[in-house]
Design a protein around this ligand. Structure first.
Ligand code: NAD
Ligand code: ZN
Length: 248
């Protein structure tokens, strides 16, 4: 692992065309549970059922009670960890140009990254189903479930539920920067949620080196990715950044 960290640091230090694709694993050390993997929300509930748009439309109160209420609490308390901070430092050093994240927690922006494509939208805002007005999640009271807009419409998170389309501008830009990058860091994603799961393959086809950081293998490991650094994102990224700084 030590060798892979040094190897990654050498590659990064030479490149100005690095992007990262991140998933729920990058925020685990901030206290936000992932869907899959150890300690994942899936051990308790089936997100395909609760995080599906059809479930929400059928029974918004149930989805607010079981999934969104807890998420609001967890996300509001979360702070960037060493993985977010390290990726922000790589941007500051002129190495990392953008992040495509599947996360909705806003922690990359809070850590200081300025070009973050929120592929699955954001949990920081709620949107009214009736008038489309957006309201900060932090300002939404949970006295009434489901919470409502001033107009009486039900509020929903401004994220992409399973069964919904990815905003086309995000698809377009993610695909463009994936085809242009030299190195893609794929951090803390199980790489099974389509279409985000296709992004590393697109980058690879255009000649990029794909480096995974994840404590567990994924469907990319041994096929799409050049190698995997097995470990928690916070520790691994912190070590990589320290090595990069020695090389600059
Ligand atoms: P996932 O839940 O499917 O997979 C999590 C991955 O992170 C696994 O591969 C696991 O091995 C890895 N992991 C666990 N701990 C880690 C650590 N400390 N460091 C590095 N990796 C670690 O996540 P996904 O691929 O992002 O897909 C789930 C979907 O759910 C996403 O689309 C996302 O929108 C949503 N989601 C978001 C959040 C968030 O915003 N923080 C949290 C849960 C789910
Ligand atoms: Zn409204």
């Amino acid at each position: 692992m030590e060798n892979l960290i040094k190897k990654t640091a050498r590659d990064l230090a030479k490149s100005k065309k690095v992007i990262a694709l991140t998933g729920a694993g990058v925020s685990v050390e901030s206290g936000i549970p992932p869907f899959r993997g150890k300690g994942g929300i899936w051990e308790k509930i089936d997100p395909m059922e609760f995080a599906h748009i059809d479930s929400f439309m059928r029974d918004p109160a149930k989805v607010w009670d079981i999934l969104i209420r807890e998420m609001k609490d967890v996300v509001e308390k979360a702070r960037p960890n060493d993985a977010h901070i390290g990726l922000a430092r790589l941007e500051e050093l002129g190495i990392l140009s953008a992040i495509i994240t599947q996360n909705v927690d806003g922690l990359h922006q809070l850590a200081g990254n300025t070009d973050v494509i929120e592929f699955h939208g954001t949990f920081a805002l709620q949107r009214c189903l009736k008038c489309a007005k957006k309201i900060e999640t932090a300002k939404v009271s949970l006295d009434e479930i489901p919470p409502k807009c001033e107009c009486g419409g039900i509020l929903r998170p401004d994220c992409v539920f399973f069964g919904e389309m990815i905003p086309p501008q995000h698809l377009f830009r993610s695909s463009k920067i994936s085809r242009e990058c030299e190195i893609m860091l794929v951090v803390g994603t199980s790489a099974v949620v389509y279409p985000a799961s296709n992004i590393p393959g697109d980058a690879k086809k255009s000649g990029a080196k794909i480096i995974e950081i994840n404590p567990e293998n994924t469907p990319l490991t041994g096929s799409i990715s050049d190698y995997i650094i097995k470990g928690n994102a916070g520790k691994v990224i912190k070590e990589i950044v320290s090595e990069v700084e020695l090389l600059l």
